[in-house]
Design a protein around this ligand. Structure first.
Ligand code: CA
Length: 432
């Protein structure tokens, strides 16, 4: 067994049983110890961050053979592009340093004071330079729900849907870190069928519960990645909220797909969980019927059992409403199939590219990953504690998503992605 995921391993750093960050996880992020310090890479353990720049400079990662200063950049990309064996050795060394029965860091008070910082005392930074962002549409339940709403039950899934992981090229520049507010966009919408369009604040503001993965080693243009080699190109996973303006989307999406409805903001959580940490939570993926074409056929098909939750909290309230409990394992198309399909033309993926799943809805009510489905296009409104009725999101609402794998007495989690919606700002300068 990989010792880094041994359920019995413990750290000398205190970790509560419901923490997302025990020694079995060790997710990567970027942070600044103080506002004056340069951002650098870190690993989360309990309520602390291990400063990898300090650890590497102290010589404690030398046996990994990493390039000098690789954790002293403001993004993780230089580390992400290394091959997976180097990621594994690094993880093993970090795991060793944090173990309860290893004295090197545990008993060195000076080094510990410099390298192990309370997460509340540091500033978390955006972790990755993201060259490109692709968003898929891989949940059969979500695609079916949306299809029923817009085209009726008999035509719910488009003819291509069961044969390929449908996706579109998203917008990397507007991906933001959890905690940063999202401004309600302005856009062009059609008030009613047959009427001329108007320009104004989005009225049907929505979230989409998604998970994304970051490309580690890229592929050269003209060199597709086979579906069974895809894992070697996945650095790790992140929790994603892909904000969506449904009224803008409805008017603009034909024939080339979403554009402004999706380009104003996508939020991510600060921690990237590696495939090595997720390995104990590997599980079966849905059986595919019809069988996919050969280039999408996996010799060892599988996915991960990751619990997902969404809560909405009205402005000024302490208590929110849990509106969704879903699971990553419901996704029909796996990350390997997404990556293989994306590169099957010879398209080159670069280190740091983010490929997101699409909204992850489960089979039953209560597991739907967007307001569009939860309120069934606004026909079944929900009521927020202290905030009144919602068909879609209101200004001041905070959407909080969390994700974790449940082990026996411990969790391997992704933390939270939480953002508040701010009122629209008129692009013509007159505030409404
Ligand atoms: Ca999406």
């Amino acid at each position: 067994m990989d010792p880094t995921v041994d359920p019995s391993a413990e750290s000398f750093v205190p970790v509560s049983p419901d923490s997302h960050f025990p020694i079995q996880n060790l997710p990567y992020g970027v942070f600044s110890p103080t506002p004056q310090d340069e951002p650098r890479a870190g690993v989360r353990i309990g309520d602390h961050v291990l400063d990898l720049a300090v650890i590497q400079n102290s010589g404690l990662l030398d046996s990994a053979g990493l390039p000098e200063g690789i954790f002293s950049y403001p993004v993780l990309n230089p580390f992400m592009e290394l091959d997976r064996d180097q990621h594994r050795i690094t993880r093993l060394l970090i795991h060793g340093l944090l173990r309860k029965d290893e004295s090197t860091l545990r008993d060195d008070a000076v080094l510990r004071g410099r390298a192990l910082l309370p997460v509340d005392s540091v500033t978390l930074q955006f972790p990755v330079g993201i060259p490109d962002y692709t968003d898929f549409y891989s949940s059969k339940e979500h695609a079916t729900n949306v299809g029923i709403m817009f085209r009726g039950k008999d035509n719910a899934l488009m003819p291509n849907w069961l044969h390929l992981p449908v996706g579109y090229h998203g917008r990397a520049s507007s991906i933001i870190l959890s905690g940063q507010p999202v401004i309600r966009p302005y856009g062009q919408t059609q008030p009613a069928e047959g009427e001329p369009p108007v320009f104004g604040p989005c009225r049907l503001m929505d979230f989409e519960l998604e998970m994304g993965f970051f490309v580690g080693a890229g592929n050269a243009q003209g060199h597709p990645v086979g579906v069974n080699d895809a894992d070697g190109h996945i650095f790790g996973l992140v929790l994603v909220n892909d904000w969506s303006a449904r009224d803008i989307q409805k008017w603009e999406y034909q024939p080339l797909g979403p554009f402004n409805a999706k380009n104003f903001a996508t939020s991510i959580a600060p921690w990237i969980v590696t495939l090595d940490a997720l390995a104990p939570f590997r599980c079966d993926a849905p059986v595919q019927d019809p069988e996919p074409l050969d280039y999408l056929k996996e010799s060892n098909r599988g996915t991960y059992d990751i619990n997902l939750e969404v809560e909405i909290t009205a402005e000024g309230q302490n208590e929110g409403l849990r509106v969704c409990e879903s699971n990553f394992k419901h996704l029909y198309w796996t990350m390997a199939q997404q990556l293989a399909h994306h590169t099957s033309t010879g398209c080159n993926l670069n280190t740091g590219d983010m490929l997101a799943s699409g909204t992850i809805s489960g089979p039953e009510k209560g597991s739907y990953g967007s307001m569009l489905e939860i309120t069934w296009r606004g026909t079944e409104p929900i009521t927020l504690p202290g905030g009144g009725e919602r068909k879609f999101l209101a200004d001041g609402d905070t959407v909080t998503m969390s994700a974790w794998c449940q082990g026996d007495g411990y969790r391997v989690g992704f933390g939270e992605v939480a953002s508040m919606i701010l009122p629209a700002r008129d692009p013509q300068g007159t505030e409404t």
